[in-house]
Design a protein. Structure first.
Length: 84
């Protein structure tokens, strides 16, 4: 039987920029992504025409390295830079 990926579930420290969105860490990656999506949907930041794109507000721009539009696949790569 396959085990859950323990590296994915390991609590990680969250940068100050990311903590402004998801709260203080340590948090597992899965929880960080879940909280990011709650934030994105609550603030209606998902692009209406292309649901894969996220239109960053000021808080997300800090996490996304200054980019104003990021696709959901790129988002996880950019967010990982804020986890240690």
């Amino acid at each position: 039987m396959a085990k859950a990926n323990s590296a994915f579930m390991k609590p990680m420290n969250v940068s100050a920029d990311l903590a402004a969105i998801v709260g203080q860490g340590p948090l597992p990656r899965s929880e960080v992504v879940k909280k990011l999506w709650v934030y994105i949907k609550k603030n209606k930041l998902q692009d209406e025409k292309n649901k894969r794109n996220i239109n960053a507000d000021a808080n997300l721009k800090a996490v996304f390295g200054g980019k104003s539009v990021v696709n959901m696949f790129e988002m996880t790569k950019l967010v990982s830079k804020h986890l240690s």
